[in-house]
Design a protein around this ligand. Structure first.
Ligand SMILES: Nc1nc2c(ncn2[C@@H]2O[C@H](COP(=O)(O)OP(=O)(O)OP(=O)(O)O)[C@@H](O)[C@H]2O)c(=O)[nH]1
Ligand SMILES: [K+]
Ligand SMILES: [Mg+2]
Length: 367
């Protein structure tokens, strides 16, 4: 039996199994198997290249990457044209965009790469249309904009969420609070800080056995962890925890009450590319969700230029700052002086490991 048939068989069994205390264990095991087979399906056959397809991959550039994901003709290319100087063809017909088209959004001193992508359809993760390539690009993004058509039903969002979910992308979710270490020997050691409500040792052991893992230390640090969370932790190399903004476009074509209802949903922004509504708010939301850190660099005896920040990722250290100046800069590093909220006193003399905060002033002293 092929992997696809096995997946289908498990899905059918899951659908007909009633959820209750007695079947909990069985369902957990099935979910573990399903994740294992899905992973097999996604892994390219030995010898094949792992790239998402020739001519498709765009190289990462700038300080962060945002991917536009959505069904055909929801207005992804229209949005790219609004916020960058890149022109990606816009038309009424579906599948106008056939490859990835990168543009650059300049904002608050940052260069944010915005990648316009072909529309995806149900079954994308299994290879329908350009789906495989699109979801592979989505995995590399720092933020996903799920572009939706406000005139269409709410199931579009669910279908897309499932497609991304099935390739290991977890939207607006943080890594489960479980420590998991595979060992050479010693068997399975299961412990928890508080008794987990949805997991138990027997179930975790059975799932691990199915993965041929016989020695591991498991510590459940959060009592609300589910079996899905545990399976994600076993497969952590194939999981991507990415922020997502749900963007409803074409609000010019729906009633005001409907717009108001949609706009109140969590992580949601409404806009109209055609009427130029909500575009700037969305740009601000993108900036906010990327959690970029702006630093003002200062040379000795000269005040920093507050109009030209240097932009680094959230939780960056002085070492990251050095690396983004020049790849060999670190070798000349002596110490850094830091003013701002990350500094205990102003200025604080810091080493490479110091974590900087947004709007800090940094002066690097070289040898
Ligand atoms: N009413 C309305 N139409 C819009 C809006 N934004 C885009 N459109 C129209 O929607 C159609 C599709 O726009 P595109 O930008 O090509 O959509 P896309 O998502 O890039 O489409 P594909 O590349 O085919 O997946 C075009 O006819 C646009 O003019 C909007 O805010 N309101
Ligand atoms: K289109
Ligand atoms: Mg397009």
């Amino acid at each position: 039996m092929g992997v696809l048939e096995k997946i289908q068989q498990i899905q059918e069994e899951l659908a007909r199994t009633q959820k209750n205390k007695a079947t909990e264990y069985h369902i957990g095991l099935l979910k573990g198997k399903l994740a294992r087979y899905r992973q097999q399906l996604l892994e390219p056959p030995p010898g094949a290249s792992s790239s998402p397809g020739t001519g498709f991959e765009v190289s990462k550039s700038g300080d962060a990457r945002v991917a536009l994901i959505g069904f055909p003709s929801v207005g992804k290319s229209s949005f790219l044209g609004k916020i960058t100087s890149t022109k990606s063809e816009v038309a009424q017909y579906s599948f106008t965009t056939l490859t990835s088209v990168p543009g650059v959004l300049q904002y608050e001193g940052a260069e944010i790469q915005i990648v316009d992508l072909p529309g995806i359809i149900k079954g994308a993760s299994e290879g329908k249309g350009r789906g495989r390539q699109v979801v592979a690009t989505a995995k590399t993004a720092d933020l996903i904009l799920m572009v939706l058509d406000a005139t269409k039903g709410s199931d579009q969002r669910q279908i897309l969420e499932r497609e991304l979910e099935s390739v290991g992308i977890r939207l607006n979710k943080s890594k489960p609070n479980i420590s998991f270490k595979v060992k050479q020997n010693g068997g399975i050691k299961f412990s928890s800080t508080n008794p987990p409500r949805y997991l138990n040792e027997k179930l975790c052991q059975a799932i691990l056995r199915d993965y041929r893992i016989h020695n591991a230390d498991i510590l459940i640090r959060d009592d609300s962890c589910t079996v899905e969370d545990f399976i994600d932790v076993i497969n952590e190399n194939h999981r991507h925890y990415i922020g997502c903004i749900y963007v409803y476009n074409k609000i010019d074509a729906v009633a005001l009450e409907e717009v108001d209802r949609i706009a109140r949903e969590p992580n949601t922004v409404v806009m109209s590319c055609e009427m130029n509504l909500g575009i700037q708010d969305l740009v601000e939301e993108i900036w906010y969700r990327l959690h970029m850190t702006r630093l003002y660099t200062k040379r000795r005896g000269v005040s920093p230029n507050f109009n030209d920040p240097m932009v680094v990722r959230q939780n960056s250290t002085i070492e990251d700052v050095c690396n983004s100046i020049h790849k060999d800069f670190k070798s000349q590093f002596k110490y850094a002086l830091v003013w701002g909220s990350s500094a205990k006193h102003s200025p604080q003399k810091c080493g490479l490991g110091h974590k900087v905060h947004d709007q800090d002033v940094v002066s690097i002293v070289t040898k």
